[in-house]
Design a binder for this molecule. Structure first.
Ligand code: F0G
Length: 456
């Protein structure tokens, strides 16, 4: 069968409000050409993020009613703890209100000046938390991952030779930890192979460096391993997940992704003294260790969502529906990162808007064009998100200029996706009509959230 059918029925719906192109022209101007500053109601298809935007299941909503809101020792915590332990095999589970809260706690303890955190690619909040602690984040993305056109199975992998030589150069003592992001979000939502996790784990163990997994999209990654890595065809998702977690000393998780929750996260650890330190910080910043910044009902929703996300009918639909969008783009000759990843399609803005120089932010230009023409909201992942300034004030760009169209889980149907590709095609056909931007105002950290732009 070619038709992808959603493995769910829709019980409750939300309206989409339609705007005209002229209305969107004014809305964009008022939002200083930054999609983060547009009101959600003014968006037709919201592909800004797959984070916290999932549709929860009827089981999760039922769990919300069951949530035990006791301050200490809530039943919901124990259900949550048992589920995370079972999936990760890690013994110490610390709930947080979202992924970056886990990162803040972890790097406050393990980061610091003069230290390095090494990764396949750190996500922006992770990098910000590493840098905020005074440490430096260094990405070693594999060579395949740096070529947007190459169709390879595990473009999220880390370059282990580069990891090796960096450790040799700086010494293991200078390295706080290795953080492996699965799937590799900033690298195109591409998966990491089990072989790569195993190899990194061997290097880390030899050197006495802790290995952590940024597990936000662990189930999507596990499904790619099942599909693409020899020896895993007949393993189920919990078995695959358990294996990659077995190589790690801990993980951070944003339950807003592969747990279908609208809020939540956790840290899972193997080392008890480290867990103790994390809990001490948790109490000051998040809450008591059995709720950690969440309501009991959120812990229930996460526990149920973590189980549901490992269902293979769901994962098949999830990965196939993202491929479906890629296939449509292929037919139109529109450049995007190949192959499609687990949670999003990443348009290659450098080639899409090849008349706009990098220091005029082609990704931002593509993002705003998609909004103007079709009310679609995506996010720039390029020089706006990751650009730095050299001492002479010139822009230092990351290797790629991308626009991510992240697909919320269980939210949009195939006709929504057809609409999105129709809008992209329309923008592509008149791409020379769009110009670049300059930044008029920016904050010191994570500038993409609040920066203001002016058309050039
Ligand atoms: N790590 C990865 C790989 C992420 O994608 C995110 C969030 C985080 C950590 C932080 O989690 O948002 O719960 O604090 N990614 C969202 C996104 C924001 O749109 O990709 P958080």
């Amino acid at each position: 069968m070619n038709t992808i059918i959603e493995p769910f029925r829709i019980k409750s719906v939300e309206p989409i409000y339609f705007t005209t192109r002229e209305e969107r022209f004014h809305i964009l101007r008022q939002a200083h050409y930054n999609p983060f500053l547009i009101k959600a109601q003014d968006v037709i298809i919201d592909l800004l993020t797959d984070s916290g935007t999932s549709a929860m299941s009827s089981e999760q909503w039922a769990g919300m009613m069951r949530g035990d809101e006791s301050y200490a020792g809530s039943d919901s915590f124990f259900r949550f703890e048992e589920t995370v332990k079972r999936i990760t095999g890690l013994p110490f589970i610390i709930p947080t209100h979202q992924g970056r809260a886990s990162e803040k706690i972890l790097f406050t303890i393990m980061g610091g000046k003069g230290k390095y955190v090494l990764s396949n690619t750190l996500f922006d909040t992770t990098r910000a938390n590493v840098e905020f602690s005074g440490a430096e984040g260094v990405d070693f993305r594999c060579a395949e991952g740096r070529d947007p056109e190459l169709d390879a199975p595990f473009k999220g992998n880390m370059d282990t030779a580069a990891l090796h030589s960096f450790i040799r150069e700086k010494g293991a003592a200078a390295i706080s930890l290795v953080m492996l992001t699965i799937t590799n979000n900033s690298g195109g939502g591409q998966p990491v192979s089990m072989a790569n996790v195993r190899e990194i784990s061997t290097i880390c163990k030899q050197q006495g460096i802790p290995l952590f997994i940024d597990a936000c999209r662990f189930a999507e990654n596990a499904y790619f391993i099942k599909l693409r890595e020899a020896g895993y065809e007949s393993k189920n998702i919990p078995e695959i997940a358990k294996e990659f977690f077995s190589y790690a000393d801990g993980c951070t998780m944003s339950a807003k992704k592969d747990a279908f929750a609208n809020i939540g996260g956790f840290i899972a650890l193997r080392d008890e003294p480290l867990a103790e330190k994390c809990r001490n910080l948790l109490i000051i910043t998040e809450g008591f260790p059995t709720y950690g910044g969440l309501a009991g009902r959120d812990l229930e929703a996460i526990a149920i969502g973590l189980q549901e996300v490992m269902d293979e009918d769901y994962l098949k639909y999830r990965i196939r529906s993202i491929q479906y969008m890629g296939n449509q783009l292929d037919a139109l000759g529109i450049p995007y990162i190949k192959p499609t990843g687990g949670h999003a399609v990443y348009l290659d803005a450098k080639r899409f808007m090849d008349h706009i120089p990098v220091d005029e932010y082609p990704g931002q230009a593509l993002c705003t064009a998609l909004y103007l023409e079709g009310g679609i909201r995506g996010v720039e992942i390029g020089s706006v998100m990751f650009g730095k300034y050299a001492t002479d004030g010139s822009l230092v760009s990351p290797p790629m200029e991308l626009v991510r169209l992240a697909i919320p889980r269980r939210v949009y149907t195939q006709s929504h996706i057809d609409y999105v590709t129709e809008v992209i095609a329309g923008v592509y056909n008149k791409r020379r009509d769009f110009s670049g931007y300059r930044i008029a105002h920016e904050p010191p950290f994570l500038r993409h959230f609040t920066a203001r732009f002016e058309p050039v």
